[in-house]
Design a protein around this ligand. Structure first.
Ligand code: AMP
Length: 586
């Protein structure tokens, strides 16, 4: 049966969509004018994300509105108004000053979704420090690597996370001056307690003049090779956060917004903190991990109006069936969006059945800092498509040429690399300490995304896959090199090659192939030991789920493991060009 979307009856919507005439808005859009939608610091002091997200509301009639509504995993509930949030973030900014952390100081946060995370990130931005949130599910290795690359000076975490994941790596972290534990308890050597630093600090703070180009956020992402990359974002990025909140998420003044992503991932910062707060709405923060009935209960009880989530969660909901949704009153919910991985067309069709409205897929990545391509409330959704470029964004399908330049592919539905014309406010300004890697992302005016896609005759973009070897598992971008390095630390492992293996729920799972050192034999016990080793080092999110033993791994003549070949063989796909294959014993 052909898919029949539910017609969008825009005229009868209580909140008219912010973007109706896409073509006109697009043709008239300019980023400088969009920047004027924000307040700016008083007296021409520049632009600071925390001022736009917190202080300007705290000094307006919105002051007493709930900014963060936190639902703790043990049933706790805490409302923080814009006024309260201004005071708490002021305290943290003063606390950083008191600790001797100046402008540009790197403040890392290793926490679950708890209020202190939000206060620390926004407080750091007020103090003109650079905020870098990490996934609390990371193991010690990814934490150590990122803190070292980012020159982390302050780490905000819990005592349990500190003891399990940081104490053992601390001596490697030469820049790390202060560790702040958010929970109360007896002293722990080399750390301070949140309560102590906060009590000593004033809740008055004036954000110093901030250049829109000052570095604000550091988000780590992964490539095919080498260490993780720290993508640099500046205060100016808030213009994209605001505009995408307006057009792609259709935020309105009295929305109750829920972004389910963790701030350890760029989505959880750009849309779990900044975009909703710049719009002055109530931002729901849910500490617990995914559980379908709990989520439906939250959507209903909290009267969520706009919901931003991810395909893995949607697929898990689909497994339980549409009937499971029907017992909940979701009358308040008016817009649903999804990001991070391909959203299967069936998921869009299913959501119309289950929720009476479609998930609107959108596309972006750590480097772009904000949504670039989206399905919009007022426009037809094509299930399986990522949608149309945001006003202000020029996207194209390009083909790389041998001389390093690219040519734009004009014909519809021809596969090529997705490229964006550089110049929007939240574009990364560099990879920290990695100028060469940053430069390689560009060809002339085009930023090359590393994704393969197609564009149809109506201008909608369709995701095809990655052009490189990075893995997307349950929405997490995982660099195979980081996993291979951890496996190689095990005495039994001589060679390791890591691929993404398609999985109906997670999109992909991490699968490792290893060749063993002399004296070691493949066995179930060794496999368990390797899985345990990887999980301990990397954390469950990054560690492989499957390990296969091989006598030898396919390599190029220069000794590089051919992950593509491992993947092709695993999936029974054509092996492609083997001219560079050097050694290979299956
Ligand atoms: P990250 O930088 O971790 O946010 O990952 C960005 C990558 O996730 C993109 O380059 C894509 O490969 C993938 N991705 C993000 N959104 C989508 C989407 N809507 N459809 C397909 N892939 C996506």
């Amino acid at each position: 049966m052909a898919y029949q979307p539910i017609p969008k009856d825009i005229a009868n919507l209580r909140w008219p969509p912010n973007l109706v005439d896409y073509a006109t808005v697009r043709s008239q859009f300019d980023w400088a004018a969009a920047g004027r939608l924000l307040a700016g610091l008083p007296n021409g002091g520049g632009l600071n994300i925390a001022h736009e997200a917190v202080d300007r509301h705290a000094s307006s009639p919105r002051a007493s509105r709930v900014a963060l509504r936190w639902l703790g995993k043990n049933g706790e509930r805490r409302d923080i108004t814009y006024c309260d949030l201004a005071g708490e973030t002021n305290r943290f900014a003063n606390a950083l000053r008191g600790l001797g952390i100046g402008a540009g100081g790197r403040v890392f946060v290793l926490l679950g979704r708890v209020p202190e995370l939000y206060i620390a990130v926004l407080g750091a931005l007020k103090a003109k420090c650079v905020a870098a949130p990490l996934f609390s599910a990371f193991g010690p290795e990814p934490i150590a690597t990122r803190l070292a690359i980012g020159d982390g000076e302050v780490l905000v975490t819990t005592e349990a996370l500190y003891r399990r994941k940081v104490e053992g790596i601390r001596e490697r972290l030469l820049a790390l001056r202060h560790v702040i534990l958010i929970d109360d308890g007896p002293p722990v050597a080399g750390t301070r307690r949140w309560r102590d630093v906060m009590i000593a600090a004033s809740d008055h703070f004036t954000i110093p003049p901030t250049d829109p180009e000052d570095m604000a956020l550091l988000h780590f992402t992964s490539g095919t090779t080498g260490r993780p990359k720290g993508a640099i974002h500046v205060h100016q990025a808030v213009v994209t956060h605001y505009v995408t909140g307006l057009y792609a998420l259709d935020l309105h003044d009295d929305d109750i917004f829920w972004c389910t992503a963790d701030p350890g991932w760029v989505t959880g910062t750009s849309y779990g903190i900044i975009a909703p707060l710049t719009h002055g709405v109530t931002n729901l923060v849910v500490e617990a991990e995914f559980d379908a009935p709990t989520w439906y209960g939250i959507l209903a009880n909290e009267r969520v109006t706009v919901w931003y989530t991810a395909p893995t969660a949607i697929r898990m909901m689909m497994k339980l069936g549409a009937a499971a949704v029907r017992g909940y009153d979701l009358g308040a919910l008016r817009f649903m969006a999804s990001v991070g991985e391909p959203l299967n067309p069936e998921a869009v069709v299913w959501s119309e059945d289950a929720f009476g409205r479609p998930f609107h897929d959108n596309w972006w990545q750590t480097e772009t800092g904000g949504i670039m391509i989206a399905n919009y409330l007022a426009l037809p959704v094509k299930p399986g498509s990522m949608g149309l470029p945001l006003p202000g964004i020029e996207a194209a399908i390009v083909e790389r040429q041998p001389d390093g330049s690219v040519s734009v592919v004009d014909r519809p539905m021809v596969e090529g690399e997705l490229a964006l014309k550089a110049g929007w406010p939240s574009m990364m300004r560099g990879y920290l300490h990695e100028d060469e890697r940053y430069r390689k992302c560009f060809a002339g005016p085009w930023y090359l995304t590393g994704d393969l896609a197609k564009r149809d005759g109506d201008g909608y973009f369709w995701f095809v896959g990655r052009a490189d070897d990075v893995i997307k598992s349950s929405g997490h971008l995982i660099g195979p090199f980081e996993v291979e390095s951890a496996l190689l630390e095990h005495p039994a492992v001589a060679e390791a090659g890591v691929i993404g293996k398609p999985d109906p729920m997670a999109g992909e799972i991490v699968k490792a192939f290893v060749a063993l050192n002399p004296g070691y034999a493949a066995s179930q016990a060794l496999r368990r030991d390797l899985l345990g080793h990887a999980r301990k080092r990397l954390g469950a999110v990054v560690a492989p789920k499957e390990i296969a033993f091989r006598d030898n791994l396919p390599k190029t003549r220069s000794g590089k493991i051919m992950r593509r070949l491992l993947r092709a063989r695993e999936l029974g796909l054509p092996e492609g060009d083997l001219s560079t294959l050097e050694s290979d014993e299956r």
